[in-house]
Design a binder for this molecule. Structure first.
Ligand code: FEO
Length: 171
């Protein structure tokens, strides 16, 4: 049976992962209306990944004898100032999620829940990848500049397609 403190913290993470998915969905929709097809595709795929994270937490809580909570989620912004601002926000948000996962690990150690700690390691590794991929995009944006948004958008599209192909091969 899962420790109630851990269950509560994991349920808070369900909410954070759900908000991540909503936030990236809002960014995808905004990018689509701006004609930024590559950015929109990247964000839609990212929103799907966050939904997978959300489900992983829900299923783990239930599997361990707890009860996953599905709560109301705050509304993300509808529009954004620029692509640069959008990716800076994604980066900041992912750093926040990394800190949250680290806090969960620390709580598991304090509560001697080594099973959940072990399970959380997948997320620890995933966060390295998530931060690295956004940081790479921010670098590309710096190099190409705001004046070359079309090229940047195409680049992101190619990057996402290559990642999807690599994932499909690994599956
Ligand atoms: Fe689920 Fe992007 O962290």
């Amino acid at each position: 049976m899962i420790n109630p403190k851990i269950e509560k913290a994991l349920n808070e993470q369900v909410e954070k992962e759900t908000y991540s998915s909503h936030l990236y969905l809002a960014m995808a929709s905004w990018a689509e209306t701006e004609g930024l097809k590559g950015v929109a595709e990247w964000m839609y795929a990212q929103a799907d990944e966050e939904r997978i994270h959300q489900l992983k937490f829900i299923k783990y809580i239930n599997e361990r004898g707890g009860k996953a909570k599905i709560s109301a989620i705050k509304t993300p912004p509808v529009s954004f100032k620029s692509v640069k601002v959008v990716f800076a926000e994604v980066y900041k948000h992912e750093q926040y999620i990394t800190a949250s996962i680290n806090d969960l690990v620390a709580l598991c150690v304090a509560e001697k829940d080594y099973t959940t700690n072990n399970w959380l390691q997948w997320f620890v590794t995933e966060q390295i990848e998530e931060e690295a991929s956004v940081s790479d995009i921010i670098d590309r944006l710096k190099i190409m500049g705001d004046h070359n948004l079309y090229m940047f958008d195409r680049d992101i599209m190619v990057m996402r397609a290559a990642a999807a192909a690599a994932n499909a091969q690994g599956a």
